[in-house]
Design a protein around this ligand. Structure first.
Ligand code: SAM
Length: 204
C-alpha cells in the first residue's frame, strides 16, 4: 500500500485535478447507457472525476482508491456539489468486497501483472448477476508515447492478457475487448493520441 499511496498522494497533492474534472469518455459512455439508477463502484478512482459524473446522473456511487489525498479531493468536490459518494480507502491487493454492485468501472487502473488475477476475481465476485465491469487502460503500445501512462511495461496491458484473465472465469461474457489509438484530453495527465485497451464484460 505505502508505495502506491505515496506516489499517488504526491501527484494528487498538487493544485488542480491531474486528470481534469470531466469523466473518462469510455467510462462515461457506460454510465450514459444506464437507463435506471445503478449501484456503481469505481476502482482506482483517484480524484473522483468519474464518480462525480455518475453521482450527478443519480447513481449510488462508491469510489475506491489507495490515495487518501485523491479521495479527499473527490469528497471535497462531492460536498460542494451536494452529492453523496461513499469512499473506500484501500489497496486492491487487500480489499475484500463486502457489497454487490450493478457495475464496477475504472479508468487507467494499472496493476502489476501478478496482482491482476486475484483482483479481477474479487471484482467479478462483487458484481450482481447481470452486472457490468468496464474499463479503459493504456496498452503496451503506449510505451514510446509521451501522452500519459506508466513507463513500465509490466504495468501496461494487452487485449490477450486481459482475455487470459477472463478465460479463468468462463461464466463471464466478454461484451467488448479492443486495442485502439484514441485522442485523450484529460487534465494535464493524459493529452494527445494514446494506445489503449478497452474492455467490457458481463456477469451472467
Ligand atoms: C492513473 S490514476 C487514474 C485515476 C482515475 N481513475 C482517473 O482516471 O482519473 C491511477 C489510480 O489508481 C490508484 N491505484 C493504483 N494501484 C492501486 C491499488 N493497488 N489499489 C488501489 N488503488 C490503486 C492510484 O492511487 C490512482 O488514483
Amino acid at each position: 500500500m505505502s508505495d502506491q499511496r505515496e506516489f499517488w498522494n504526491e501527484r494528487f497533492a498538487k493544485e488542480g485535478y491531474f486528470y481534469g474534472t470531466e469523466p473518462n469518455l469510455y467510462v462515461a459512455s457506460h454510465i450514459d447507457a444506464f437507463d435506471v439508477p445503478k449501484k456503481i463502484l469505481f476502482l482506482g478512482e483517484g480524484e473522483g472525476r468519474n464518480a462525480i459524473y455518475a453521482a450527478r446522473a443519480g447513481h449510488t456511487v462508491t469510489a475506491l482508491d489507495a490515495s487518501d489525498v485523491g479521495l479527499a479531493k473527490c469528497a471535497e468536490r462531492a460536498k460542494s456539489a451536494d452529492l453523496s459518494i461513499e469512499l473506500i480507502h484501500a489497496d486492491l491487493e487487500l480489499w475484500e468486497p463486502s457489497e454487490r454492485y450493478d457495475a464496477v468501472l475504472c479508468s487507467f487502473l494499472h496493476l502489476p501483472e501478478p496482482l491482476r488475477g486475484d483482483v479481477y476475481a474479487k471484482v467479478f465476485a462483487s458484481l450482481k448477476s447481470g452486472g457490468l465491469f468496464a474499463g479503459e487502460f493504456f496498452s503496451i503500445h503506449q510505451m514510446p508515447r509521451t501522452t500519459g501512462g506508466p513507463k513500465d511495461e509490466s504495468l501496461l496491458y494487452t487485449a490477450a492478457q486481459l482475455r487470459s484473465i477472463f478465460d479463468r472465469h468462463p461464466h463471464i461474457e466478454i461484451l467488448e475487448l479492443e486495442e485502439l489509438d484514441t485522442e485523450l484530453n484529460e487534465g494535464r495527465g493524459h493529452i494527445g493520441i494514446a494506445s489503449v485497451v478497452r474492455m467490457a464484460v458481463k456477469k451472467p
